[in-house]
Design a protein around this ligand. Structure first.
Ligand SMILES: CC(C)(COP(=O)(O)OP(=O)(O)OC[C@H]1O[C@@H](n2cnc3c(N)ncnc32)[C@H](O)[C@@H]1OP(=O)(O)O)[C@@H](O)C(=O)NCCC(=O)NCCS
Length: 273
């Protein structure tokens, strides 16, 4: 998919507007026109905060995040057409998309839903988030700003995918194709869940959380490897003569037929005609 990342002039303009402390009226109007264009691109999926690049890696377009922050700065607070709400960011129009969006979820403008995504209510998909084809966002899920959710991902009920608008240096969370994130999980601070990994219910991982891989005996940070099955766990530590337990998710195994059998998804929930 074509993105705007190669449009050097746009990037330059956003960086310049972002640096301006006191934007005059004319500059603010000009900036808003540009930023609205970028929001249109995010809405359509042609602009992406996180995009795939060579060798299965990800590129983070920090200028897009700056455009989003500018959008907050430049937009007026308005009464929302949906009723008794006031905000700066309108909701995305999902009515013409090939998705199922159950009332009452909030999907903000500047987020992208590929076709065949199901969003159960009440869920919140924030600006800059990208949810790829065939994914399920179950009830009470947060897909935080700028998070990237791959194809055919399952985000279990009550799961929180952290966003990156604050603090400004945070990296987006990425959940790659085919991953299964169980209920009541929390993924924060730029953690990358690689393809087909399984995060068992109740697992919380931040960028600084050690993940113990039982197969290798090593602790890893910042990513869950492809096909890994991670469950909540702990490690003991002595503090002032007392043994305490610090949370340490554990990779108990790689995905196998037993896990797959437990995670079979119901096709009839994924019919879009
Ligand atoms: C991961 C999961 C699929 C289990 O797969 P499995 O192949 O049956 O795994 P096992 O039961 O063999 O578990 C392997 C080990 O991890 C442990 N484990 C599994 N799930 C665990 C969890 N959620 N918390 C802590 N430990 C867990 C097991 O006790 C076992 O340890 P042991 O070998 O010492 O007994 C299942 O636990 C799970 O999380 N399912 C997702 C449910 C869910 O959230 N659905 C979405 C609802 S919206």
């Amino acid at each position: 998919m074509a993105t705007m990342t190669t449009d050097a002039k746009t990037v330059e303009q956003i960086e310049a507007f972002f640096q301006m402390k006191d934007m005059g009226k004319d500059a603010a109007a000009e900036a808003l026109v540009l930023v609205e264009k970028i929001m249109d691109g995010l809405d359509a999926g042609t602009v992406q905060v996180v995009e795939p690049c060579a060798q299965n890696r990800w590129q983070v377009n920090s200028w897009v995040k700056k455009a989003i922050l500018l959008y907050f700065r430049l937009r007026p607070i308005e009464k929302m057409p949906e009723g008794n709400f006031v905000d700066k960011i309108p909701l995305k129009d999902v009515t013409a998309t090939m998705n199922r969006v159950v009332p009452y979820s909030s999907i903000r403008r500047g987020s992208y839903l590929a076709p065949k995504v199901v969003v159960m209510a009440p869920s919140f998909i924030n600006i800059g988030a990208y949810v790829d084809e065939g994914s399920m966002v179950d009830s009470l899920v947060l897909v935080g700003s700028c998070a990237r959710i791959g194809k055919n991902v399952h985000l279990g009920a009550g799961t929180m995918i952290g966003g990156v608008l604050e603090p400004p240096n945070a990296n987006p969370v990425i959940v790659e194709d085919g991953a299964f994130v169980g209920g009541s999980c929390g993924l924060y601070e730029g953690i990358i869940v690689e393809k087909n990994a399984v995060i068992a219910a109740g697992t919380i991982i931040t960028g600084g959380t050690p993940i113990l891989d039982l197969e290798t005996g090593k602790e890893i940070f910042g990513r869950v490897p492809e096909n890994a099955v991670v469950v909540p766990g702990g490690r003991t530590k002595e503090v002032n003569g007392r043994q305490i337990v610090l949370q340490t998710p554990v990779i108990v195994k790689r995905r196998d037929p037993k896990v797959d059998a437990k995670l079979v998804l119901e096709d009839s929930l994924r019919v879009f005609s």
